[in-house]
Design a binder for this molecule. Structure first.
Ligand SMILES: [Zn+2]
Length: 448
């Protein structure tokens, strides 16, 4: 239990909301909760989702193809120039190509955003999965695509802001938040994490979630090798690059998961440059690839980790039904948008491209299977619906969100705890049931 939680528990008399799930009185920041008409909010959000989904077609596919070209060109120009001398432009382009391939292209295709309008070309059941060849051709990164699909599409999207959400930064960083160490050492730890998180934390943790998913699909419960059942604390604690032996072997993690990307980026590509153009080209290429790796970790951290973290966003005690009014409300009040681009403009697309299209996080969480173009159209409309229903809709510069995220990581601030007494009871579901029965199919479609 963190110091903040202890403080809340120790309070006598009425408990004001914010720090405790058991609050009995709403704080001014939470006063809006009492006035929400859940069913009316749900019906407005669902109607808009259906409308946007029905509008998707050739324009969305053409837009995807344009963004794929931008991402590929970033990589190609980066590769073509990095060997000559170590320079920031090549490094930035290599980093940008890697970040956008993940955050924009793979992310939206893996959610099924183009299953229909691409006529099967970009299908979530084929993209990057099933073979090493498909992974290399579609999306080769530190994470295994199958593992990403389970961790992100299912656990994160269905359990946003709950303990079962593997991306709940406040919970994952509890050891650092509660540590007695100095602020300087906490910032240094966060700095290390920002530069390395994709391979150090994200790839192993997504792989762990895939392993747990496979165990549960067989109808089994997770156990240690000696037959002892795993505690919920063990199941919720994030796996790191050193966490081998419990959920997976070192050979599986370093060979199957991390190996292909490491080999391509730090062995094969510099070797090709060296064989074609000599020792200096090999050296410049290798150093550029390493620096681009650090930068791409930091850039994707800036766009991804900051989406759901900050003292002004909520976390929740109980699980809720997908597509319920509570589900939709949680996606809004536990997500932050960044600066968004104007639909149909070059500068709008460029803004969204550099933000990894994660600047529409509210809209993406309401309907994860829409296209990037749909999110541009949706943002002003969702903002208007939230205003109508008095549901807080947060949109700020990504740099402000970074500051708020780091404050949570080092324990300076805490997320708001949504009070249980104000949960819309018909929408809640048994927490245990929600964890044990991960859905096999995406149920939270805009089309439903
Ligand atoms: Zn997503």
């Amino acid at each position: 239990m963190s110091s903040v939680e202890k403080e809340a528990v120790a309070t006598d008399g009425p408990v004001v909301s914010g720090k405790s799930y058991d609050a009995t009185v709403l704080a001014p920041e939470d006063a809006w909760i009492a006035g929400v008409d859940h069913e009316a909010f749900k019906s407005d959000i669902r109607a808009l989702g259906k409308e946007l989904h029905a509008q998707q077609g050739p324009a969305d596919l053409a837009h995807l193809n344009k963004i794929i070209l931008w991402s590929r060109m970033s990589m190609v120009v980066g590769f073509a120039t990095m060997w000559y001398c170590i320079n920031p432009i090549s490094i930035y382009l290599l980093s940008l190509g890697c970040m956008t391939r993940w955050a924009i292209i793979a992310h939206h295709i893996c959610h099924g955003g183009f299953d229909k309008c691409s006529e099967g070309k970009y299908n979530r059941f084929k993209f990057g999965v099933g073979s090493l060849y498909r992974r290399c051709a579609d999306w080769l990164d530190w994470m295994l695509v199958e593992a990403w699909n389970v961790e992100h599409n299912q656990l994160h999207h269905y359990h946003l802001g709950e303990l079962q959400d593997p991306d709940l930064v406040e919970s994952n960083l509890a050891p650092i938040r509660d540590a007695k160490s100095s602020m300087a050492s906490k910032y240094a730890t966060v700095g290390f994490f920002i530069m390395t998180w994709k391979w150090f934390y994200y790839a192993p943790n997504t792989f762990k979630m895939l392993k747990l998913h496979e165990i549960r699909r067989k109808g089994q419960v997770p156990k240690y090798k000696n037959g002892k059942l795993m505690t919920s604390r063990r199941l919720e604690a994030p796996a790191m690059a050193y966490s081998t032996g419990v959920f997976f072997s070192a050979a599986e993690l370093y060979g199957r998961v991390l190996g292909p990307f490491f080999f391509r980026n730090f062995v094969l590509i510099p070797a090709i440059a060296g064989l074609a153009l000599g020792y200096n080209a090999w050296f410049n290429s290798l150093v550029s690839m390493v620096l681009a790796e650090w930068l791409s970790n930091a850039h994707s951290f800036l766009n991804i980790v900051t989406n759901h973290t900050g003292y002004d966003l909520y976390r929740f005690d109980a699980a809720c039904e997908p597509r319920s009014a509570t589900f939709y409300m949680r996606q809004v009040i536990s997500s932050a948008n960044f600066t968004t681009g104007e639909v149909g403009t070059f500068w709008g697309d460029l803004n969204d491209f550099t933000h990894g299209w994660l600047n529409y996080q509210v809209e993406h969480h309401l309907w994860p299977d829409l296209s990037m173009l749909s999110y541009q159209k949706a943002a002003p409309l969702v903002k208007a619906i939230c205003k109508k229903h008095n549901v807080p809709y947060i949109q700020e510069s990504v740099w402000i969100r970074l500051k708020k995220t780091v404050d949570i990581m080092v324990g300076k601030t805490s997320m708001r705890k949504f009070p249980n007494a104000w949960e819309h009871a018909p929408d809640l579901t048994s927490k245990k049931e929600a964890v044990e029965s991960q859905p096999l199919e995406q149920k939270i479609s805009a089309a439903n």
